[in-house]
Structure formats: structure tokens, C-alpha cells
Ligand binder design. Structure first.
Ligand SMILES: [Zn+2]
Length: 224
């Protein structure tokens, strides 16, 4: 789809701006795309924009799903280890409490922040940004900051890495005792798919455009 072309003339007064490729920094004139069209960088073929119908509503649903799964992941049993009739099941919350007065406390807090707190916070930021936009309302006052922060925090949400790390560790433990995976482990696995789906629906250019257009709407005050 040849929606963007390197063109030296552009006119900001018509609402058209420039868009930089996130990978190679090539500048393109931003064009309005129809649903289903894809704009790619002319130099490195990176996808620049891919608007999809109903993407905001789907992203909101996925953010809610993510919050529910993460809350379940904290309090449901993560795994149960048993050997010779003696077993023990624990949740992430239980692990945190067990290490609450030890030297490992900073490590536990860092892990919980990366795998629980940050993803939940990111989901709330996305909800804050997208909910008014999905309803066609003016965005909240700090929607741009919230969305920028949500995108900046994306690499620090490490739920998937946690699942991979845990799986590798469990292979070793499984040789010593019988291990049963609890609901929290499966919640994390579900979270991987939710994140993949959210990434597929997320088109940053579309969100920024929606924030920009939403801010151009008449000021609220009559919203209540
Ligand atoms: Zn590029």
C-alpha cells in the first residue's frame, strides 16, 4: 500500500503532518488511511500505521482482561510442589509475604513491580487514554502523557519473560518433586496471548491521531 511517499511539499494547515519511521527515521507525509489499509516505510518497510475498525474497543477489552488476569495471578496458587506425601502450594502474594523481612525483599519487590504492578498500571493508562476516544468524546486532560508513558513502559512489562523463566526453573524442580501448576501460572500464560492480541490491535499513529482530533473538539463543561 503506497499510502505514504517521500514528498518535499507538505501543508500543516490541512492537518497533514510528517511521520517518522520508528526504525530508520525516514520522514513521510502522513496520509489519512481507510480502515484496513497499511502504511509502510518506503525505505525499510516497517509498518507506520494500520488502522482497524473497532480497535479501540478491542484494546479496552484486552486491557480489562489483562487487569483481571494479573489480579488472579497474584492471589491464586502459582504452583504446588509435593514429595513423599508432603506438599506445599503458594501464590505470588504468599511468596512476597514469605520474603517480606529477608534480604531478598528488594528482589521480590522488583519482580512484583515488573510482572504485576507495571502491567496493571499500563492497562489503566491505556483505559484512561482510550475510553473517551472509543466513545467519540474529548480525551482526558492528560491522555497524551498517559499514552506516551504507556508506550514507554511497554518494554518493562515482563510477564512473558517471567513465564519463560519459571518454566525453565520448573523443568529442573520437576526432577526432584512432583510439580502441579496452579491457576496463576495459567493466568500468566493467558496474559501472553492477551499481550500478543493487544500488540496486533495497537496502532500508535491512529491513537495519536484520535487524541489530536479529540482535542480539537469543542471544550467540555457540558459533558456532565
Ligand atoms: Zn523505515
Amino acid at each position: 500500500m503506497d499510502a505514504t511517499q517521500a514528498n518535499p511539499t507538505y501543508d500543516l494547515s490541512t492537518g497533514r503532518g510528517l511521520i517518522a519511521c520508528p526504525r530508520c527515521d525516514a520522514l513521510h507525509i502522513e496520509e489519512d488511511l481507510d480502515q484496513g489499509e497499511t502504511a509502510r516505510c518506503i525505505r525499510c518497510n516497517t509498518v507506520l500505521a494500520r488502522p482497524r475498525a473497532g480497535a479501540f474497543v478491542q484494546l479496552i477489552a484486552l486491557s480489562f482482561t489483562s487487569i483481571v488476569l494479573l489480579i488472579g495471578a497474584v492471589f491464586f496458587p502459582f504452583l504446588e510442589i509435593s514429595r513423599m506425601g508432603i506438599g506445599n502450594a503458594t501464590s505470588l502474594f504468599g511468596v512476597a509475604l514469605a520474603f517480606a523481612d529477608g534480604v531478598l525483599l528488594p528482589l521480590v519487590l522488583a519482580v512484583l513491580a515488573m510482572i504485576i504492578a507495571l502491567p496493571v498500571f499500563r492497562s489503566f493508562l491505556l483505559l484512561y487514554t482510550l475510553m473517551p476516544l472509543a466513545q467519540g468524546h474529548r480525551p482526558h486532560a492528560h491522555a497524551a502523557d498517559a499514552f506516551r508513558m504507556a508506550e514507554a513502559l511497554r518494554p518493562w512489562s515482563m510477564a512473558e519473560i517471567f513465564v519463560i523463566g519459571t518454566s525453565v526453573a520448573l523443568v529442573k524442580v520437576a526432577g526432584l518433586a512432583s510439580v502441579h501448576l496452579g491457576p496463576a501460572f495459567w493466568a500468566f500464560c493467558g496474559l501472553i496471548f492477551v499481550n500478543v492480541a493487544a500488540r496486533a490491535f495497537m496502532c500508535q499513529t491512529t491513537v495519536w491521531d484520535a487524541i489530536e482530533q479529540g482535542n480539537a473538539l469543542p471544550a467540555p463543561g457540558d459533558r456532565g
